[in-house]
Design a protein around this ligand. Structure first.
Ligand SMILES: CC(=O)SCCNC(=O)CCNC(=O)[C@H](O)C(C)(C)COP(=O)(O)OP(=O)(O)OC[C@H]1O[C@@H](n2cnc3c(N)ncnc32)[C@H](O)[C@@H]1OP(=O)(O)O
Ligand SMILES: CC(C)C(=O)C(=O)O
Ligand SMILES: [Mg+2]
Length: 577
């Protein structure tokens, strides 16, 4: 039993902003993206990245299309410092990419950071100090005035040190750390004090970054806070307003999206939501959410699995199989009704249609994923998924009633084993169930009616091989199939009527084969399907008739098929020729 929390935890306070506008905003363009994988992500790893890993991550971020990349905390360690030097000295920063580095509002750290950036063409230097009451009280031991003085003094130091390296184009960034837990009036006071020192202009803006260092509230409250700052900050036209959500309540993405609706121009986060504790905002999630609304994020995730592999290598942490857009299972449906809907929607979809697929918010192909994994079959699956796999992997377009029939056989196996079945497993079951490999092709001869005697139909003579037992049949009918059925009925004494007949080809060129599906009514008692496959369409159809009769138990079954049959009607067949 959970303890009662009322006396231990305080609820977050709503923002009084009755004229809020953000709920009506529709995002129609991508924000400025800042990846902090190499800083906030890196500082949260069990084993921080070495230089090789950092470089690999950096190059991948560039390839994805990030134009602003926080590459580290150069004053924290030699590796961090050396990495920045390597990027600059090795000329590894493309002309359209700006690196960013972070430091606390502490003079030695700031000096060391500027030192690390010597020779950079451009850099965003990112200053932070905590502003929330708990941090003021417990960590820094300062009142509000003290915090403002700390921020202002170090903002001045920024100007001074930047002026000493005039060849670099500097952008200053300030974060009131734990903005999410800070009184709004106080956040504004600190930020305004810092921008007053920096004197940004619309031509040369500074960045004000508002972090939910720890996610404290529902995302709507965070959005209100953001809109309040957006409206109240001084020098707003000279500020790039940035947001830096974390995910402690599991709503980092929502908070980030709402913050963009509430006025933020820029968003900081990590790929797949790596970062301190429950992670930073997941940039891929936000970018692809925009993509699915028809807005280009300006980031390229068309090979998302390769990106994931690199991220997993660098972070040495796995990405969850259900992670949005990238997890192994996110384009997979196990449940029958979902599979059925997806199968129908794929069939209905035409090239050029707007993407409107049930259970698939994005086309997996856009991310370099395939449809193969869209549907997987387990005990929660129905005919739709089974048919989808047989069609997509083996080219079989099963008639609907055959789908139902075969799904019962599959279900019986699944109930017994409880395991997932692959497309290959299903194909093997289908082969066994319908004797696709084992039913011998009848040898037959067709004689066309003599001229002027069309009403007699064609005559057919055929030899069947039923598990080593020969059966000769002779029949006459409107065509070879009809004649075969007449002859077989007579030879076996069994009534056979064709209710439905479909055929199509599988494969192409020399490998092309015909598949025939026959829905048969046997002795006016039982309705079932027979299936035949052969290079010749007539032979395939005759095999389908034999198959149906064998499955109904009114024709001998080859031994090996009887042994192999997993379940269903084929098991119960008794030889009856
Ligand atoms: C929310 C975030 O993600 S912020 C980014 C956090 N990232 C990191 O911390 C990773 C990199 N940092 C580090 O490796 C280390 O903190 C270092 C090397 C930079 C500094 O190490 P140390 O000097 O040993 O300081 P340490 O981090 O242990 O302690 C923090 C000190 O800085 C003070 N401090 C903490 N935050 C701030 C701040 N924003 N501004 C000014 N002072 C601060 C603390 O009060 C404490 O001071 P005290 O020693 O007088 O009590
Ligand atoms: C330093 C800041 C931006 C940070 O990472 C946070 O507050 O989460
Ligand atoms: Mg952070």
């Amino acid at each position: 039993m959970l303890k009662q929390p009322a006396s231990k935890y305080a609820s977050f306070k709503p923002v009084h902003l009755s004229d809020r506008t953000w709920p009506d905003v529709v995002l129609t363009q991508a924000p400025i993206w800042l990846s902090t994988d190499l800083r906030d992500g890196n500082q949260a790893l069990i084993e921080p990245m070495d230089i090789e890993r950092k470089l690999r991550m950096f190059q991948m971020l560039v390839k994805i299309g990030f134009k602003e990349i926080e590459v580290g905390f150069p004053s924290a360690s030699q590796i961090e410092f050396d990495f920045v030097r390597q990027l600059i000295d090795g000329n590894l920063i493309p002309d359209d990419v700006t690196i960013q580095v972070l430091m606390q509002a502490r003079e030695p750290l700031i000096r060391r950071t500027f030192e690390s950036l010597q020779g950079a063409q451009r850099a965003i230097v990112h200053l932070y100090n905590a502003t929330a009451p708990v941090m003021r009280r417990v960590v820094l031991g300062m009142d509000e005035d003290g915090i403002v003085e700390l921020a202002v003094a170090n903002a001045r130091l920024f100007r001074e040190l930047a002026a000493q390296q005039p060849a670099t184009r500097w952008t200053f960034q300030y974060s009131p750390e734990m903005f999410s837990g800070t009184e709004l009036e106080f956040s504004r006071r600190v930020v305004d004090a810092v921008t007053e020192v920096w004197q940004p202009t619309p031509q040369h803006k500074c960045i004000v970054n508002l972090p939910s260092t720890v996610e404290h509230s529902t995302p709507n409250i965070f959005a209100d806070m953001m809109e309040w700052m957006h409206r109240h900050l001084a020098r707003r036209d000279s500020i790039v307003l940035s947001v830096h959500p974390h995910n402690d309540r599991g709503t980092g993405t929502a908070a980030g999206e709402f913050a963009l609706m509430a006025g933020a121009d820029r968003i900081e986060g990590c790929l797949f939501g790596n970062g301190e504790r429950t992670g930073n905002l997941d940039l891929v999630n936000v970018a692809l959410n925009l993509y699915t609304q028809g807005v280009s994020p300006g980031l390229d995730f068309s090979e998302i699995d390769e990106i994931r592999r690199t991220v997993e290598h660098c972070n040495q942490l796995p990405v969850h199989p259900r992670h949005p857009y990238v997890g192994d299972l996110v384009y997979t449906s196990f449940s029958g009704s979902h599979q059925d809907a997806i199968k129908k929607a794929f069939a209905a979809r035409r090239e050029g249609d707007v993407w409107d697929m049930p259970y698939l918010p994005i086309d997996p192909k856009d991310l370099g994923r395939s449809y193969e994994a869209v549907i997987r079959v387990n005990s929660q699956s129905g005919k739709g998924g089974i048919a989808y796999l047989l069609e997509s992997e083996f080219g079989l377009d099963l008639p609907r009633r055959l789908q139902v029939e075969f799904s019962h056989a599959v279900q019986a196996v699944m109930d017994a084993s409880g395991k997932e079945l692959t497309a290959h497993d299903l194909w093997q079951m289908f082969e066994r169930e319908y004797g696709v490999k084992t039913i011998a092709a009848p040898r037959y001869q067709v004689t066309e009616p003599a001229h002027g005697a069309a009403s007699q139909g064609v005559a057919l003579v055929a030899d069947l091989d039923l598990a080593g037992r020969p059966l000769k049949i002779q029949g006459r009918g409107t065509g070879p199939i009809d004649a075969f059925i007449q002859g077989l009925s007579r030879a076996t004494g069994q009534g056979v009527r064709v209710l439905d007949y479909r055929q199509h080809s599988v494969g192409a060129g020399a490998d092309a084969r015909a598949v025939a599906y026959m829905e048969l009514r046997i002795n006016e008692e039982r309705t079932l399907f027979g299936v035949g496959m052969d290079a010749n369409i007539v032979t395939a159809s005759l095999k389908a008739v034999v198959c149906g009769m064998q499955r109904a138990g009114v024709l001998a079954v080859p031994e090996d098929r009887e042994n192999a049959a997993p379940s269903g009607p084929a098991r119960a067949i008794s030889a009856a020729v």
